[in-house]
Design a protein around this ligand. Structure first.
Ligand SMILES: [Zn+2]
Length: 278
């Protein structure tokens, strides 16, 4: 009896230290640089661009800016969101539970793809997407006019739009959920100018805001061309010329991730202090 009590105390004293198995492949970095526009067809930014032709035009859609970021019209000049306290809360067991609801608009197959992407966060981070059960704040996954998400926790139901026409891919789902967790695009990082050159002269008029720099919190992590949050080199090009050029190696592969990179995973773990107790 006494021994059992001691064990219980020990278990209660130490929260479980999680060792994360980072499951990513480095395939894309071994690929050739792929300067051809056709090679970009499955980059996250190409998928977003194609799916978002009519984004924000649905009657109940929020204002969508910077490619796929939903904003409240009155908040469009707000500071980067983690400074507003928009992280999802950590539970006492050290995990971060993010309730979700998936609309019944999806086919069984699409729903399964979404569920797998949600589950992918659990294998390498302390984020746990859990089915909504009366919690107040949750992500409401719906097929609206394109692929978009708010940045960070917004309070109450927040839409993550994954249109059935072009957004139900693992890379895009992880990308939009990373926005909902508080992350911005990689090429908008505060230190991006030492890593990429933005060629605004090649950007479609009206799309310049996609390349606006943000005072991001970089958590000491290096700039990452292989992030699922990095756009491809021809993103929003008006003339099939590059809009993002990696520097100093102009031939480096950028924006071709098909899943979260090792750095994407590290950043979640840092931002949410996944390996710390309480
Ligand atoms: Zn995005």
């Amino acid at each position: 009896m006494h021994l059992r009590l001691q064990i219980a105390l020990l278990v209660g004293t130490f929260c479980s230290v999680q060792s994360f198995v980072i499951k990513t492949s480095n395939k894309s970095s071994a690929d050739n640089a792929g300067d051809l526009v056709k090679d970009e067809d499955f980059s996250v930014s190409s998928l977003l661009e194609r799916a978002n032709i009519n984004v924000g035009k649905g009657r109940s859609d929020p204002l969508v800016m910077f490619g796929d970021i939903a904003v409240d019209p009155e908040l469009k000049n707000a500071d980067p969101c983690t400074a507003r306290g928009c992280l999802w809360p950590r539970a006492t067991d050290g995990k971060v539970y993010v309730p979700f609801r998936i609309s019944n608009q999806y086919s069984a197959r699409e729903r399964n793809t979404i569920m797998q992407a949600l589950a992918s966060f659990a294998s390498s981070t302390c984020i746990r997407f859990i089915p909504l059960d009366r919690q107040r704040d949750f992500v409401n996954i719906q097929s609206r006019s394109g692929c978009f998400s708010f940045v960070g926790r917004r309070g109450r139901a927040q839409v993550v739009s994954l249109s059935r026409q072009g957004c139900v891919f693992n890379s895009v789902i992880q990308h939009e959920l990373l926005h909902a967790l508080g992350f911005n695009h990689e090429q908008q990082r505060s230190d991006r100018d030492s890593n990429v050159r933005i060629l605004l002269e090649n950007v479609e008029p009206g799309q310049e805001s996609n390349f606006r720099k943000i005072q991001t919190i970089n958590l000491g992590t290096p700039y990452d061309y292989n992030s699922v949050m990095h756009y491809g080199r021809f993103a929003f090009s008006r003339n099939r010329q590059p809009t993002i050029l990696p520097i100093p190696d102009n031939n480096a592969v950028i924006g071709r991730a098909t899943q979260m990179s090792t750095q994407d995973i590290s950043r979640i773990n840092l931002l949410y202090r996944c390996s710390e107790c309480r």
